[in-house]
Write a protein of this length. Structure first.
Length: 94
């Protein structure tokens, strides 16, 4: 129980992933699988981190407008709907 948590800190993987990998390694290969499970998952994580394309998340001015947050002005709903235009009143017919 203590081994996955300690080893996970040294190889920088989440403790739940480490624990799950030890369970799967034990089920597949027994005691040897339990010992090599965390290094195998850490290797897989390093490989995927190096070779899987990551996309940078940036703010899109078309979505947020040119104002920064907290700058005052109309609320989000007013920015989505646009300026209010008064509607003409209906004419009464006799």
């Amino acid at each position: 129980m203590l081994q996955p948590k300690l080893t996970a800190k040294s190889v920088d993987i989440h403790p739940a992933v480490a624990f799950g990998s030890v369970i799967v390694g034990t089920a597949l290969l027994g005691a040897v699988g339990a010992l090599i499970a965390i290094p195998a998952v850490a290797t897989l994580q390093a490989f995927l981190g190096a070779y899987v394309k990551r996309y940078a998340v940036t703010d899109d001015p078309r979505v947020h407008g040119h104002r920064s947050r907290g700058s005052g002005g109309p609320g989000l709903l007013a920015r989505i709907r646009g300026p209010r235009v008064p509607r003409p009143e209906p004419e009464e017919s006799s």
